[in-house]
Design a protein around this ligand. Structure first.
Ligand SMILES: Nc1nc2c(ncn2[C@@H]2O[C@H](COP(=O)(O)OP(=O)(O)O)[C@@H](O)[C@H]2O)c(=O)[nH]1
Ligand SMILES: [Mg+2]
Length: 462
């Protein structure tokens, strides 16, 4: 299935730290650890999965490199399912590189990104959804993303998929029986019964398919586009929210042309802030492209932050912004409240703005915490499942969504074949396709290409 060689990599990030871990996995892992770590002989008498203190030495010169801990975890009861040894050394980047080099000199190969987890999957230690959950857990930036990845890691999504797949397997068995024993008098569910079962499974799969929007928002953050006419302070607000000078701010209208995206953590959740070019009529070519992009990103965003300048009267371009914001989720910021006020909240409401409005100043910071709270509230409402526990299981990756989409298409075809009284072979084929698509999510059915795509995303040593 895969090369049975021994791999090595630092399991901790590059850089200075109190401790770093160099991990080995494969048939030679324990032998190699024994060559580098002394007293190597003691490894024979070591209790599995227990840390021991010793020294790391260059086997060629016997020169000591570090005082370090070692632990051995023989397969199959290890993360990868193979023999695993870990050296817990001090966290120096040269030191770690040197230990990895010593391990490769002893016959180990440097691991590819995600190769440890890939081996864990190939050895049946974890499912694909579990492997993906581990990657998501490492990337989690807020409480909701962590909760979501933990739920997936302990198997909630896998269980849900299996629940949907099992009935398909039994429907297929019934259809096969109908094909094989068509002459005999056996008791099988009627076509109508099967069609009803297929329909109800389709509904459940469609529900899970639709959870993608919520799952993605939790995993990556809800997308919030900052819109407004030029010079109202959009880029200043982005910088203030992020706490860094990310976007260029000038008094010249039309400064921001391209989209700028940055993630902002709000504790429970995250948003991806998108700074856009000002929305106005423009004849300048580059700015026009920027404005088209601003409009497109406003349409695609989950939330809008609509910005207005309180120190100037409302203009036609502001009305365009109010139009864009109609019926959308988000907040409006009445900016530049540190200056002499020309318009107030009621003027915006009279012009048709329906979003909640916050008095704001990107210069003084007025309204900042209120804005963060309002954004967090909006995201929470977007991802809220309304208390149905089944809805709490979500998909968060396009890979899952596409597989569910294929399963749905196959089930629709199966239902059509059933109602049109087509031969059971045709129905069985579609049911098999649907079942295979579901199986590809958890890794019951899989291909090398899919595995390559998934594990490429992992960091080295994971
Ligand atoms: N007095 C004041 N000036 C602001 C405020 N926010 C932005 N500005 C100024 O308005 C101008 C345009 O700001 P910018 O963030 O580039 O606006 P954008 O075109 O909407 O991105 C700059 O000169 C900013 O310093 C504010 O709250 N108060
Ligand atoms: Mg700008």
């Amino acid at each position: 299935m895969y090369a049975q060689d021994t791999i090595v990599a630092p399991a901790t990030p590059v850089g200075r730290g109190a401790v770093a871990i160099v991990r080995l996995s494969g048939p030679e892992a324990i032998r190699i650890a024994k060559r580098l770590w002394r007293p190597g002989r003691a490894l024979d008498r070591m209790i599995e999965r227990r840390l021991y203190l010793g020294e790391i030495r260059d086997p060629a010169t016997n020169k000591m490199l570090d005082r370090a801990m070692c632990v051995v975890m023989p397969g199959p009861r290890s993360f990868t399912g193979e023999d695993v040894a870990e050296l817990h050394c001090h966290g120096g980047s040269y030191l770690v590189r040197r230990i990895v080099a010593l391990a490769t000199a002893e016959g180990a190969r440097t691991a590819q990104p995600g190769e440890f987890t890939r081996r864990a999957f190939l050895n049946g230690r974890i499912s694909l959804t579990e492997a993906e959950a581990i990657a998501d857990l490492i990337d989690a930036r807020n409480a909701s993303a962590l909760d979501q990845s933990v739920a997936q890691m302990v198997g909630a999504l896998q269980a849900r998929i299996n629940c949907l797949r099992q009935p398909l397997i039994s429907i297929r068995a019934h259809l096969e029986a109908e094909i094989d024993f068509s002459e005999e008098d056996i008791d099988l569910p009627s076509r109508d019964q099967i069609a009803a079962q297929v329909r109800s499974l389709s509904e459940s799969i469609a529900g899970l398919y639709q959870s993608f929007a919520r799952g993605r928002m939790v995993r990556e953050g809800a997308r919030a586009a900052i819109i407004g006419k030029p010079n109202v302070g959009k880029s200043s607000i982005l910088n203030l929210l992020l706490g860094v000078e990310r976007a260029i701010v000038t008094a010249i209208p039309g400064t921001t042309r391209d989209l700028i995206e940055e993630s902002l953590d709000l504790g429970e959740c995250s948003v991806v802030l998108i700074d856009t070019a000002g929305i106005r009529e423009s004849s300048e070519e580059v700015e026009q492209i920027g404005i088209r992009r601003a409009n497109a990103s406003a349409r695609q965003a989950d939330l809008l932050i609509a910005v207005f300048d309180s120190s100037r009267p409302l203009e036609a371009d502001d009305l365009t912004v109010i139009d864009l914001a109609r019926g959308r989720r988000g907040v409006a910021l009445l900016n530049k409240r540190d200056l002499r006020q020309q318009i107030c909240v009621t003027d915006l409401q009279a012009a048709g703005l329906t979003m909640p409005v916050i008095d704001f100043s990107a210069v003084s910071g007025q309204g900042l915490s209120e804005c963060r709270e309002a954004l967090a509230r909006e995201v929470q409402q977007l991802v809220d499942t309304g208390g149905n526990p089944e809805d709490r299981i979500v998909i968060s990756r396009e890979r899952h969504r596409d597989a569910l989409g294929h399963a749905l298409a196959a089930l629709t075809a199966a239902e059509a074949a059933l109602t049109q009284h087509m031969p059971p072979e045709i129905v069985a084929l579609e049911i098999a396709l649907a079942s295979e698509s579901l199986g590809s999510i958890t890794g019951e059915v899989t291909s090398e290409d899919v595995l390559d795509a998934i594990f490429r995303e992992f960091c080295i040593g994971k």
